[in-house]
Design a protein around this ligand. Sequence first.
Ligand SMILES: [Zn+2]
Ligand SMILES: [Zn+2]
Length: 273
Amino acid sequence: MKLTSVQRLKSSYFLKDLLRHSKNTIGQLITAGLNDLMPPHCLSCHKEILQPQSICEDCWPQLSFLTQPICHCCGYPFENNIGISNQSYCAACHAKRPHFHMARAAVTYNDLSRDLLLKFKHGDQQHIAPLFTRWLNMAALHFPEDIDVDYVIPIPLHRKRLIKRRFNQAALLAKRYAKQNDLIYIPNLLQRIKPTKPQGHLSLKARRRNLQGAFSVPQTFHKKLENRTILIIDDVYTTGSTVEEAAKILRKNGAKDVYILSVARVIRPQKVD
Ligand SMILES: [Zn+2]
Ligand SMILES: [Zn+2]
């Protein structure tokens, strides 16, 4: 069977990842040998690079990392810091406080991050997960230090979409993030019980309607959720409607606080309604 260059690249990433986690010297020697044979490539433009599972120096400046000044609640970036403190809220959060306590994202959703995220989500390029998990860790630095997360969960996919796509990209990231931070990962604490329409072109109001009744917490988790702090991981924060609905259901079922962590965030002028 002949492998395409992309398949070869993916299998080498898989093998390197496997060996990186085997902590013995033989594993390290084989990894070094594989790096010589198949040097790491930029995850975006495929240019040869030194550091595996990262992006090159030409692609890096095209990323826009979200830093202060941002909304204390949803993490929306302010244009400047005039009159802004670490506790300032954006217009949308002022008008209606979300059910989640805080949301943070690593980068702005732009050409480069979109390309990487689409490859990860639809192109089955799961070797991008370590890079995204590093970014999630960076974004989490914007949370207060004293947050005590009880469970890490992903935004779930409906069963039908999961069968079609074969994996839940948010679950893959949530699992890695929880493992790296020594937190408890519960993939099915929140379930998607309604197959919602794709939300791409829906207005904010239509998105909210579309998501009504989309999530539920199985009876078996009701006690577990009581008074707990939940961290939801998602790949992209678009309007916040999905995580808002998820947080609402978690709070309704007894969760104390809900935090949101995403790889990228779509930044559009805010519409308050
Ligand atoms: Zn590059
Ligand atoms: Zn806000």
